[in-house]
Structure formats: C-alpha cells, structure tokens
Ligand binder design. Structure first.
Ligand code: B16
Ligand code: MG
Length: 217
C-alpha cells in the first residue's frame, strides 16, 4: 500500500531553477564566460558544489579549493536575494492543493531537497506547515542518484521505502528513488523522465486516483 509521498522541491513545488540560473550566470559573467539555459538543465537536483564544478568545467576555468568555496558562497548570496522576494504566488500550479489532498487522505508527506536553502524557501512560500518531515542538503551529503535523501525521509516518516512514492523533476532524482526501492512520479517531460513509473507535466493535473493507480506496480 501507498503510505507516504516524498516531494522534491525545485521543479516540483517551486521553480527556483530560474533563480539558480540567474545567480550562476552572474558568477560566470564575472569569470569571463557564459552559461546557457541548456547548461542550466544539467544542474537540476545537483548539489551546490557539484554545480560549481560542472560550471567551471563548461568555462574551462580551474580555481583553488579556497576560491571554490568563495565562488559558491558568492553565488548563494545572489541566489538568496531572489529567494527573499519569493511568496506563495510562486508555488507551481496544483502543488499546494495536491499536497493537502494527500495529507487529508491520510498519507504522510516529506520534502526531500538537495538544497541547503529548502527551509527558507518553504517559509517564503508559506508551505512550512504542510509536511511531516524535511530532509535537505544540510542533513544529507551524498547527492542523487544516491538514495540517502529518500531513505532518510522514509525513516523520519516511519514508513517502509516500498510504501513511499517520490515526486521528482530530475532524472537523477528518479534514479535515486528507484535506488531507494521506491516508486516514482516524474514531473515534466515524459521523454526525459521515461524511467519514472508515471510522468505528468505538473501536479496540477495529478489526482489521488492517479496516485493510487500505482498501488499495483
Ligand atoms: P542550494 P532540489 C536543487 O533543488 C536544485 O535543483 C539544484 O539546482 C541546486 O543546485 C541544489 O538544489 C542545491 O541548492 O545551493 O540552495 O543548496 O531539486 O533538490 O529541490
Ligand atoms: Mg528538483
């Protein structure tokens, strides 16, 4: 039986990826190169330091370990300026309603995000009271496709992995869910997320009935 839903944050509940993009772009411009939106797609669900490594390799730039840390902090400060301006209007269509419906039907809810800023974002959009557990980049080190973040979520909810459904927009996140022994629902393009058990363009078109149709998988 399905007992819990685990939601990724960026790309599933809010679109912070655009703010990550603007902040990374600013950093690369300072370093003398540029990144495209296609480059930004590679950064979905990837931890901050790993994103920085990917970006520097795109620009063919190498820096010392100290500089690496400073650059990541600089980007994060810019990113946080955008986040501070967020409010509940930035919740993706249907996300708040679906989470509430899931809870009302007795399912547990966790948010599992690679972001170290997940708590701040959830407060900004007023979704900080809708979950039973939050596992983020401050709690878990190994990033998706490693299953740690989802296994930790299941443990905090006191639900077995096989009874959890993961909602993810990143290929590595779908893989992490499967590595955790969980079923997955991809949010986005069904071509890109073809490995998921089900794909929907957004939570706005997802019903509890659709969710329970995964019981037999
Ligand atoms: P931070 P998610 C991820 O969020 C983003 O998709 C990814 O682009 C970002 O680098 C990562 O969080 C870390 O974010 O710099 O705020 O710690 O999709 O796992 O909710
Ligand atoms: Mg995501």
């Amino acid at each position: 039986p399905i007992k819990a839903c685990i939601f990724d944050l960026d790309g599933v509940i809010v679109n912070t990826s655009n703010y990550h993009y603007l902040a990374w772009k600013r950093l690369t411009n300072e370093l003398g190169f540029d990144i495209t939106e296609a480059d930004n797609e590679q950064l979905r669900g990837v931890s901050r330091m790993e994103c920085l490594r990917i970006i520097l390799s795109i620009g063919g730039v190498s820096v010392s370990a100290d500089q690496l840390y400073d650059l990541a902090e600089k980007k994060n400060n810019w990113y946080l300026e955008y986040v501070q301006k967020m409010d509940e209007h930035e919740i993706l269509p249907g996300a708040a309603e679906f989470i509430q419906a899931a809870r009302e039907s007795g399912l547990k809810v966790a948010i599992a995000s690679a972001s170290k800023n997940a708590g701040i974002i959830l407060r900004r959009v007023k979704l900080d009271t809708v979950y039973d557990a939050l596992v983020d980049g401050n709690t878990v080190n190994r990033s998706k496709p490693n299953p740690d973040i989802f296994l930790r979520s299941a443990r905090e909810l006191n639900v077995d992995p096989e009874n959890c459904i993961v909602f993810e927009d990143a290929i590595s996140g779908i893989q992490a869910a499967h590595n955790a022994g969980m079923r997955s629902i991809g949010i986005g393009s069904d071509i890109m997320l073809k490995n998921a058990h089900m794909v929907v363009p957004s939570l706005g078109v997802m019903s509890l009935e659709d969710l329970y149709s995964l019981e037999n998988f």
